[in-house]
Design a protein around this ligand. Structure first.
Ligand code: DX5
Ligand code: ZN
Length: 218
């Protein structure tokens, strides 16, 4: 398998056909499936909650990567862990107790992810490296698919890679990943690339081969 993992985001899939969409992207080479949870409060958009994640889980053979864009977050960790997430990622900006949030995720025996908005620096991350299995660098302001990649985040990825050293921590990129930007973030040290619109554009549940072509192109 490739060194870089591609995690298609079902935010760009057909919301009335999540089962078929997940089946199709995995059959066509997705490494992980990225699931975006939005609450209309932390971000200006709403998607779905833990019961939908549990339903999706039945259609994912591999890793279900759940990205929580919700605040407060602590009171929902148990429900999302029980929905079958393999990686559960919370935002540094979502509340005052990110260390507690990461502890709560790891208490479920699953991987804990820490997401950073584009305007957030790496200062706090050093204090959390022992608590995380993944750091997600947002390369758009979260809330919507199809936004333009923010180039200033490449330097952040390079600094984060140096900070992580030889620890077994994934660096995930989320937002604006395309065939143009993917090589840039991979060279900077990222190893998991989320891609929503770049995977699902031109595709449909009735023609899943299109997803496979897009996944392979990235
Ligand atoms: C944005 C989400 C992303 C989004 C990426 O808030 O976290 O996962 O789906 O979409 P694209 O790849 O279209 O930028
Ligand atoms: Zn995401």
């Amino acid at each position: 398998s490739r060194a870089i993992k591609i995690a298609p985001s079902i935010l760009s899939a057909d919301f009335a056909n999540f089962g078929a969409e997940c089946d199709a992207i995995e059959a066509q080479g997705a490494d992980w499936v990225h699931v975006d949870v939005m609450d209309g409060h932390f971000v200006p958009n709403i998607t779905f909650g833990p019961s939908t994640c549990a339903a999706i889980r039945k259609h994912i053979k591999g890793v279900m990567d759940v990205h929580l864009m919700i605040a407060p977050v602590d009171s929902y960790i148990d429900a999302f862990a029980q929905s079958g997430a393999d990686v559960l990622t919370a935002h540094l900006e979502a509340g005052p107790h990110i260390h507690r949030t990461l502890q709560a995720i790891r208490a479920h025996g699953i991987k804990a992810g820490l997401a950073l908005n584009p305007g957030t620096g790496l200062d706090a991350v050093g204090h959390l490296l022992d608590m995380v299995d993944l750091v997600c660098v947002m390369t758009v302001n979260p809330g919507f698919g199809g936004q333009k990649f923010i180039n200033s985040q490449i330097a952040k990825v390079q600094s984060l890679r140096a900070m992580i050293g030889d620890r077994p921590i994934h660096i995930e990129i989320d937002g604006g990943v395309t065939t143009e930007t993917a090589p840039l973030v991979a060279a900077a040290g990222a190893d998991v690339l989320v891609a929503g619109s770049a995977v699902f554009k031109g595709g449909s549940v009735s023609a899943p081969q299109a997803y496979g072509d897009n996944i392979r192109a990235i």
